[in-house]
Design a binder for this molecule. Sequence first.
Ligand SMILES: C[S@@+](CC[C@H](N)C(=O)[O-])C[C@H]1O[C@@H](n2cnc3c(N)ncnc32)[C@H](O)[C@@H]1O
Length: 286
Amino acid sequence: MQRIHTPVLVKELEVLLNLKSGDNAVDATLDGGGHARMMLELIKPDGRVVGIDQDKNMIEKMSGVKNLIATWGNFKDIDEIIKKRGFKKIRAILFDLGMSRWHLEGSGRGFSFQRPEEPLFMNLNKESANTAAEILNGYPESGLAEIFRDFGEEPRARFFAKKILEFRKTKRIISVKDLLNALGAKAPGGKEKSLARIFQALRIAVNSELEALTEALPKAFGALDRGGRLAIISYHSLEDRIVKSFFSAKTGEAVILTKKPQTASYEEIIKNPSSRSAKLRVLEKI
Ligand SMILES: C[S@@+](CC[C@H](N)C(=O)[O-])C[C@H]1O[C@@H](n2cnc3c(N)ncnc32)[C@H](O)[C@@H]1O
């Protein structure tokens, strides 16, 4: 079954985005439009939302929603996308950087280590030629270890990279099952945790996620109206570090509205466990 993504921190965003009737806003990570619908509700009847997603599937699903301009693209080009759509006076921009439930459970692209039969693509933009299989079969040991360490914070990065090189001598790594076999069932350091870290690392590498975020934040800030708000929900320390350092570099140009990041309430975590690691940071341009 393809479950629909549940938007996180909706109540908190309703307050912090500070959207009013007639405002224009951008949802830089549209997916199934959970947050975009909340934004449209706040700005109705005349406000509009530009919704961006690099996965064409999401754009097809969301086209035809009133006052939503669903746009296929990478948020690293957010400034051009906003300009092309003729949008001015953007009052709020939201980035929700997590994994969409549909990508994990419905896309068939190998994002989850619980789906051994899937091919190891891991590309959010399915038209992109980059895949996890290409990295796993082509990179030298040092390159793989670097990815596992830098993008997964995996303490045994070298150990797992070696395992992959050994496996590769006999078979190409094509499916999730191949990768699980290559990594070995008795990996030290807690197998599930390491698997989660390695899958995260590969996904970040395939989609150049940290580069895209680093490029997008100043462009998004530049596109905001004075008094407009920039809200970012991150799910791991690598993303949060980029957001935090961008926010502190904006001293004098912006006010940080979340001294500590907002996190999900106990009730939300019980209903939606994937909200557990969400951290919301918001600033207002002055
Ligand atoms: C966690 S989901 C967003 C969920 C959405 N906020 C909701 O409530 O329904 C993240 C989405 O961002 C998209 N995405 C990730 N990186 C992107 C990028 N660099 N440019 C555009 N879209 C991106 C993914 O394809 C995915 O659909």
